[in-house]
Ligand binder design. Structure first.
Ligand code: NAD
Length: 258
């Protein structure tokens, strides 16, 4: 089954390893016919290129490009590389979040200004920064997606500063959707249930969160990265042409519980 992604160029950020949600999303987009540009964070300058090449080998990306969303020059350089390689862009997947480990546990009232600013910059403002330049390449319209979590709506134990970051991210989705709708660019978020990834393991007592999410979900289980990826491909494609500004829960029905 295809979803109209043939001939579309998709930029996927946030692939750190094969467990990254972005990896599953990239795999699904490619299976639907999209051409991939994968942007990765260069954490270890010596070996970052080797590592990402190994991780993404099976995805056969047309372009691998580094990006640090905390550095505006790096964002510009990434889009320059995409412009030179493809001259256009149809899909942007923002799957980036980061917070200082000490802010993902303990007392919410102990969050520092530094920690707060860092988490909101990397995890929420970055959607605005990435969208601003993506737009210039989306002259035929496009679909922008981000990943959020229910900790934006509810006070989830230990999620702390990321709760604020995800609330800001979801507001960004609505404001960007409103602004870019007239240009045929849709902006949506998927609120995924908890999944074991490197980022998630930074949250104190994450395994408890995982078990609790399964127990109190309608489907009585956790979701898989592939389920999130299927929803992402749907939102990326023409099948979702009437959907924008939404936060769609892919969480086995956890969010409906009172
Ligand atoms: P992950 O650790 O695999 O991915 C996080 C990515 O963010 C990494 O690839 C990392 O390199 C990137 N990143 C961090 N700082 C960056 C920077 N300055 N510049 C560029 N990239 C940067 O973990 P994941 O769980 O796949 O996270 C992807 C997204 O999904 C995040 O937004 C996360 O909050 C969200 N999410 C995760 C879960 C979960 O339970 N895992 C649930 C809901 C939403």
């Amino acid at each position: 089954m295809t979803n109209g992604l043939q001939g579309k160029v998709a930029l996927v950020t946030g692939v750190a390893n094969k467990r990254s949600i972005a990896y599953a999303v990239a795999e699904d987009l490619a299976a639907q016919g999209a051409q991939l540009a994968i942007a990765y964070q260069r954490l270890d300058k010596e070996r970052a290129e080797d590592k990402i090449q190994r991780v993404t080998e099976e995805l056969k990306p047309a372009l691998l490009v580094p990006v640090d969303v905390g550095d505006p020059a790096s964002v510009t350089a990434m889009y320059r590389a995409i412009g030179e390689r493809f001259g256009k862009l149809h899909v942007l997947v923002h799957a980036i979040a980061s917070a200082k480990r000490q802010e993902l546990g303990g007392r919410y009232s102990d969050i520092t200004l530094d920690g707060y600013t860092y988490a909101l910059n990397i995890s929420a403002y970055s959607l605005i920064a990435l969208t601003r330049e993506a737009r210039t390449l989306m002259s035929a319209g496009g679909s922008i997606l981000t990943l959020t979590y229910i900790g934006s709506e509810r006070a989830v134990l230990h999620y702390n500063v990321m709760g604020s970051a995800k609330a800001a991210l979801e507001a960004n989705v609505r404001y960007l959707a409103r602004e870019l709708g007239p240009e045929g660019i849709r902006v949506n978020a998927i609120s995924a249930g908890p999944i074991r990834t490197v980022s998630a393991s930074g949250i104190q007592d994450f395994l408890d969160l995982l078990h609790q999410a399964a127990e109190f979900s309608a489907l009585k289980r956790n979701v898989t990265p592939e389920e999130v990826a299927h929803a992402a491909s749907f939102l990326a494609g023409d099948g979702a042409s009437g959907i924008t500004g939404q936060v769609i829960h892919v969480d086995a029905g956890y969010n409906i519980f009172g």
